[in-house]
Design a protein around this ligand. Structure first.
Ligand code: CAA
Length: 249
């Protein structure tokens, strides 16, 4: 039987994050969806939707690009809910441009939200996990952090960095019952991929052996699996769910 634990999902009202929240809630965890302070209205509307469906999901704001904001968020969570034992680092953005056109701001915005966030957020919660002798850190990377993607030097660099963070931290906390893994989704039907120009999107889908984009539920399923208590011997790995777009071992 699964022990009921407290889970925090950053980017928790986003295309993949919100479905991860539902998956973890259905598995019996108490779930907090983290959201950017500028997305208060969207977060409240998502909360209403969840409440109506009977899901045990709460919302807490925090800017994952800011260490100070994450420290505040962690204080609020500890006071209102307790110790986070499952952390899903899912917040992410894109600013797709060829390097020729990319500005310094485009570079730093993506590196801050997609990679520096792992330090800013995980640092707040990992000691609580090691102290309690159980924890799951699941970092959402991307197929493009493994294969690179035209127009995504910033995003591909950040998502590749997620794997380095994952492999290093996994070794540091393994003895304390905490696993650290990454999940690399392929192209998934969310607002992020809807922003890709239609002709380019068609070209990408044509290269996916499965012949379609993923549904967010297919990514959330992998996260739910890694979060399970029974997955305690899986650490420092990456699980790809990319429809065969990049096949590697
Ligand atoms: N490989 C090689 N050449 C390519 C190319 C590719 N994949 N795509 C475009 N080109 C070429 C074009 O044919 C064109 O050539 P010419 O100049 O000779 O005509 C040139 O590159 C276009 O260059 P531009 O600088 O003018 O590019 P653009 O401004 O038209 O568009 C872009 C650049 C915005 C990055 C656009 O290519 C794009 O949106 N690409 C999709 C990027 C992508 O996959 N994003 C994923 C978002 S979802 C996500 O990230 C989630 C996840 O984890 C998977």
């Amino acid at each position: 039987m699964m022990k009921k634990t407290l889970a925090l999902v950053t980017g928790g009202i986003g295309g993949i994050g919100s479905v991860i929240c539902k998956e973890l809630s259905q598995k019996g965890h108490q779930v907090i969806a983290g959201y950017h302070p500028a997305e208060e209205a969207q977060a409240k509307s998502k909360l209403k939707e969840w409440q109506a469906s009977g899901a045990s999901i709460h919302i807490v704001s925090g800017d994952v690009a800011s260490f100070a904001s994450c420290a505040e968020m962690a204080k609020t969570i500890q006071k209102d809910f307790g110790t986070v034992q499952i952390l899903v680092n899912c917040a992410g953005i894109t600013r797709d441009k060829t390097l020729k056109k990319m500005t310094e701001e485009d570079w730093h915005a993506v590196l801050n939200v997609d990679l520096n966030s792992l330090f800013n957020v995980t640092k707040q919660f990992v000691d609580g996990m090691t102290d309690s002798g159980f924890g799951r850190v699941i970092n959402i990377s991307s197929v493009n952090g493994k294969k690179g993607q035209f127009g995504q030097t910033n995003y591909s660099a950040a998502k590749a960095g997620v794997h380095g963070f994952t492999m290093a931290l996994a070794q540091e906390v393994a003895r304390k019952g905490v696993t650290v893994n990454s999940v690399s989704p392929g192209y998934t039907e969310t607002p992020m991929t809807k922003a890709i120009p239609a002709d380019i999107s068609q070209q990408i889908i044509a290269q996916i052996p499965v012949g379609r984009m993923a549904q967010p539920e297919e990514i959330a399923y992998v996260v739910g699996f890694l979060a399970d208590q029974r997955a305690g011997y899986i650490t420092g790995v990456n699980i790809s769910a990319n429809g065969g777009l990049f096949i590697s071992f």
